[in-house]
Design a protein around this ligand. Structure first.
Ligand code: FES
Length: 117
């Protein structure tokens, strides 16, 4: 089992290790999908044909962003309404004050891969 998981890890010229996190068909435009890579919780979004990966834990009070909704290029936290830019992780609306991490993501075949630390 561990050997199969390792075999699916790929790296690119940047040296980042990409791990499979979802099937591409499960990342639906207009919705936020929660996935986990190791101990990193990620919110995946399909936006204008691109797959974006942002930290799923709100920097305000730790709610899951994936329980919220999308508003343009932003994800809105379900708990208190903080909004985060999906591409940069920047806070667009309070009460959150700290940006979220964003992760490189790509689709290969039928899978979505994300590079996590
Ligand atoms: S926990 Fe996200 S806005 Fe408060």
């Amino acid at each position: 089992m561990a050997a199969a998981a390792v075999a699916e890890v790929a790296s690119d010229v940047s040296g980042l290790a990409y791990v499979p996190v979802a099937f591409a068909e499960d990342v639906v435009p207009g919705r936020i999908k929660h996935v986990q890579a190791g101990n990193v919780e990620i919110a995946l979004v399909s936006l204008n044909g691109a797959i974006l990966a942002i930290g799923d834990i709100c920097s305000h009070a730790h709610c899951n962003l994936s329980g919220g909704y999308l508003e343009g290029d932003a994800a809105v936290c379900p708990c208190h309404g903080a909004a985060f830019d999906l591409r940069s992780g920047a806070v667009l609306e309070p009460p959150a004050r700290h940006k979220l991490p964003v992760y490189p993501a790509r689709v290969e075949g039928d899978r979505v891969f994300a590079a996590v630390p």
